[in-house]
Design a protein around this ligand. Structure first.
Ligand code: 3AM
Length: 174
């Protein structure tokens, strides 16, 4: 059976707590638009693969038996509303080059092996609200939330009783 997979960076508990605080502040600005993303689902996507069979997953893990996780930190220093995706996210205007390089390598590998092809540029972001439609208000400026990249996960996305859940299939650290 195929699984829906993506590569992402997990958040430390401290970054999660700051983002939970941000969500609470933002809820009134959004005036009830959208659904709050549970903190357990916070992640920074590097590359989305889509559906992957067990055989393809075995080959993928063999190709990525070694991965150098970049030693970088970033600041989530602004909010963005992406109307097509219907999401409000915390993002940055300063993407560390080493993180972009890893995202590009993972995306290239995905495209070369018949998985999802990412045409949109890599924009590091943490989705905070989903299902946000027709937001007219400007989003406020925020106190930057620091985030250190220490690990990368291969994640599987599954539908649980309370909605989508993400579970780590493999974790690379440094
Ligand atoms: O919603 P975010 O960006 O936080 O990045 C997307 C998502 O996280 C990506 O995979 C992550 C986990 O679902 N993703 C999901 N569906 C996608 C699609 N159809 C997708 N990226 C591109 N196309």
């Amino acid at each position: 059976m195929a699984e829906r997979l993506f590569f992402s960076v997990p958040l430390s508990r401290i970054s999660q707590l700051e983002l939970i605080r941000l969500q609470a502040q933002l809820s009134s600005d959004l005036g009830g638009h959208g659904r709050v993303v549970p903190a357990a689902n916070f992640h920074l996507t590097l590359a989305f693969l889509g559906n992957v069979t067990q055989q393809q997953k075995t080959q993928l893990l063999a190709r990525w038996a070694e991965m150098t996780v970049p030693e970088v930190s970033l600041e989530l220093n602004r909010l963005a509303y992406w109307p097509r995706a219907g999401v409000v996210c915390a993002t940055t205007n300063r993407t560390p080059m080493a993180l972009a390089d890893l995202a590009h390598a993972l995306r290239r590998d995905a495209a070369e092996h018949g998985f999802h092809q990412s045409h949109a540029p890599f924009r590091p972001h943490i989705t905070l609200f989903r299902g946000v439609g027709g937001l007219k208000e400007e989003l406020p400026e925020i106190k930057p939330v620091p985030m250190t990249v220490q690990e990368v996960d291969l994640m599987v996305s599954v539908m649980g009783p309370k909605g989508v859940e993400y579970h780590s299939v493999k974790r690379w650290g440094r």
